[in-house]
Design a protein around this ligand. Structure first.
Ligand SMILES: Nc1ncnc2c1ncn2[C@@H]1O[C@H](COP(=O)(O)OP(=O)(O)O)[C@@H](O)[C@H]1O
Ligand SMILES: [Mg+2]
Length: 327
């Protein structure tokens, strides 16, 4: 293809690219590369599934930056594979990640979706999520830790190993078995480069400290995603989504109560505030309270079975509590 030079940059005029079809969405492949053609066909056929997963991601409330980054990762993976076919240089595809953020901000939910997307793109053979924490990895006697880690790595093989509250592995310092767990995991990451992705998750401050005190780790986890707390409006939207999914709805009084309750919880920043998980627990509790309210009634409508009232969200009279604190 004819190239031109401008200010020392070599470029291909866009008209030529258009003629070649690459701008019109037609894959331009080396003529001899039949395998690549087949692979491209697979990718095109699988696009439907990937598209569904991306729209599932989009349906999550808020998380604008997280969504953008996930799209970037997906696009980068796809383009890296296309470049490979043209023998173009590629950055190493290292997709181990750090997810920082408070509980209930969507870390596990996004990791699960990511696994499925990477399986669609054939980056991971299976894409399932194995969620573990310190107790699943760290043993109590010599040899126990390596054995526990191997077991979890075996389970996660082909997918994502998601380590919640990963900073707690560094608890106890040099002599603690947590250190051995970290070393075993790092070794597994290298031995099974193309079969497993590790995600370390936890509170932002603790994860920062963890990485600072284990400087070798940062470069092994090149993708860092922060999950911010939700605003009270976002939490209300999440509540609506959860209610729709379960075919329930709120009375005007219940909606008003939930709005003011979430507002006070987000502005007061009460310790252990668990974001979307708090919303889920509130709704599930109210659903059970509604059931108790209705179970002995002989006459009820379809609407009665769907609507949650303000009283379903309130603690029982005389309990002395102002609100339920379900978490
Ligand atoms: N942005 C969101 N939109 C809708 N539901 C959400 C969102 N974020 C979290 N959830 C829901 O909240 C609950 C807790 O989310 P989870 O991913 O387990 O949080 P984390 O792993 O950060 O503690 C799950 O039921 C999840 O489906
Ligand atoms: Mg989680």
């Amino acid at each position: 293809m004819k190239q031109k030079t401008l200010f020392n940059f070599t470029y291909i005029p866009e008209k030529k690219l258009l003629k070649q079809g690459s701008e019109s969405g037609q894959p331009v492949l080396p003529a001899s590369d039949n395998n690549a053609r087949k692979r491209d066909k697979i990718i095109t056929e699988d696009k439907g599934n990937l598209q569904n997963l991306l729209s599932e991601l989009d349906k999550l409330v808020g998380l604008a930056k997280v969504k953008e980054l996930v799209r970037e990762i997906m696009a980068f993976v796809e383009i890296s594979r296309r470049r490979e076919r043209f023998n173009l240089k590629n950055e190493n595809l290292v997709l181990h990640m750090i997810f920082s953020g408070n509980p209930g901000t969507g870390k596990t939910t996004v990791a699960r979706l990511l696994g499925k997307m990477l399986a669609e793109l054939k980056v991971l053979p299976k894409g399932h999520l194995t969620e573990v924490e310190r107790a699943d990895l760290v043993g109590e006697f010599i040899g126990h830790t390596a054995q526990k880690c191997r077991e979890q790595i075996r389970k996660a093989m082909g997918g994502i190993l998601f380590i919640d509250e990963a900073y707690s592995l560094a608890r106890g310092g040099e002599k603690d078995f947590g250190k051995e767990a970290i070393d075993t995991l790092v070794k597994a990451m290298e031995d099974h480069k193309n079969e497993i992705i590790l995600i370390l998750a936890g509170y932002q401050r603790e994860m920062e400290y963890f990485l600072r005190t284990n400087p070798g780790l940062r470069s092994r986890f090149p993708i860092q995603i922060h999950f911010p707390d939700y605003s009270s409006e976002e939490l209300l939207e999440i509540a609506q989504l959860m209610l729709d999914e379960r075919q329930y709805s709120l009375s005007v009084g219940a909606a008003e109560y939930l709005r003011s309750y979430l507002k006070s919880r987000t502005t007061d920043k009460i310790a252990n505030f668990s974001n979307a998980r708090l919303v889920r627990n509130l709704i599930e509790k109210a659903i059970r309270r509604q059931a108790v309210r209705l179970v002995n009634r002989n006459i009820y409508s379809r609407n009665d079975l769907m609507v949650l009232l303000r009283e379903d969200f309130l603690p029982p009279a005389g309990s002395g509590e102002e609100h339920y604190l379900p978490d």
